[in-house]
Ligand binder design. Structure first.
Ligand code: PMT
Length: 222
C-alpha cells in the first residue's frame, strides 16, 4: 500500500452489536465490543478518508475525526447505513455483528414470570451488507465473517452469495481472538486470492487491512 490510496475517499463502516428488544427491559444481543470496526475507522481516517461509522451500542469513544452515528436494532442499522451510502460512498465495510433474528413483537410491558417454560417467536432481520452490495450504485464492499469451522468454504461462499469485493474471515473459535478481545487473526479472501494476518492487535490488523483494501480499490474500476 502507498498509504495515500484513501485520500478523499468516502468510507462507511458498521460496527458493534445490535440490540433486539424483547420487552421494555430486555433484549437479544451478542458479545461484539465494536473494537474491530472502530480500529478500521481510525485507520481509514489516518489514511485520509472521510469516515462515517454506523455503530451499535458500545462503550468506545468516537475515533478522532470520525463521524459516529449510533443505532440499536438491525433495522436501524440498515436505515442509517443506507442513508450514509446515499450521501456518497466509495467503500463500505461491515464489521457489525448484526442479530440475524429479532423478536416478532416487543411486549409493551415487562413480561411476567408465570409458566415453567415460555417461547419467543423470532423473525429474520434485514441484511445491511447484502442490501448495500446489491445496489446498482454499490460501493466497493467488504464483509466480515465470524466462523468457527470450515472458515474458507463459508467465507468464500458468503462473498459470492452477497456479491462482495472482499471478505475478512475471523476464526472466532480461537480463545482470546475475535469477539470482545483486543486481538484478532483473519484471512482475507477476494476473487483472485487470499492473505492471512495475525494474530495481532486489532489496531495493527486494521492498518494492514486498510492498506490492502486501498490497493484493491485502486485496481477495481466500478
Ligand atoms: O466487535 P469486536 O468485539 O471487535 O469483534 C469483531 C467481530 C468478531 C464482531 C468482527 O470482526 C466480525 O467478524 N464481524 C462479523 C460478525 C458476524 O457475525 O458476521 P456474520 O457472519 O453474521 O455476517 C456476515 C457479514 O454480513 C458481516 O459483515 C455482517 O456485518 C453482515 N451482516 C450480517 C447480518 C445482517 N443482518 N446484516 C449484516 O450487515
Amino acid at each position: 500500500g502507498n498509504g495515500t490510496a484513501l485520500t478523499g475517499k468516502r468510507v462507511v463502516i458498521t460496527a458493534g452489536p445490535t440490540r433486539e428488544p424483547i420487552d421494555p427491559v430486555r433484549y437479544i444481543s451478542n458479545h461484539s465490543s465494536g473494537k474491530m470496526g472502530y480500529a478500521l475507522a481510525s485507520a481509514a481516517r489516518a489514511a485520509g478518508a472521510h469516515v462515517v461509522l454506523v455503530s451499535g451500542p458500545v462503550t468506545l469513544p468516537a475515533p478522532a475525526g470520525v463521524e459516529v452515528r449510533g443505532v440499536l436494532t438491525a433495522q436501524d442499522m440498515l436505515r442509517e447505513a443506507s442513508r450514509a451510502v446515499d450521501e456518497g460512498c466509495d467503500l463500505f465495510i461491515a464489521t457489525a455483528a448484526v442479530a440475524d433474528y429479532r423478536p416478532e413483537n416487543c411486549a409493551g410491558d415487562k413480561i411476567k414470570k408465570s409458566s415453567e417454560a415460555m417461547s419467543l417467536s423470532l423473525v429474520r432481520n434485514p441484511d445491511t451488507l447484502a442490501t448495500i452490495a446489491g445496489r446498482t450504485d454499490a460501493p466497493f464492499t467488504v464483509g466480515f465473517a465470524a466462523e468457527t469451522a470450515d472458515v474458507e468454504r463459508y467465507a468464500t461462499e458468503k462473498m459470492q452469495r452477497k456479491k462482495l469485493n472482499m471478505i475478512v474471515a475471523n476464526d472466532v473459535s480461537a480463545p482470546g481472538l475475535g469477539f470482545n478481545s483486543d486481538n484478532n487473526a483473519v484471512t482475507v479472501f477476494w476473487p483472485g486470492g487470499n492473505e492471512s494476518m495475525g494474530p495481532d492487535s486489532k489496531t495493527n490488523i486494521a492498518r494492514r487491512l486498510m492498506a490492502m483494501i486501498g490497493d484493491h480499490l485502486g485496481e477495481v474500476a466500478r
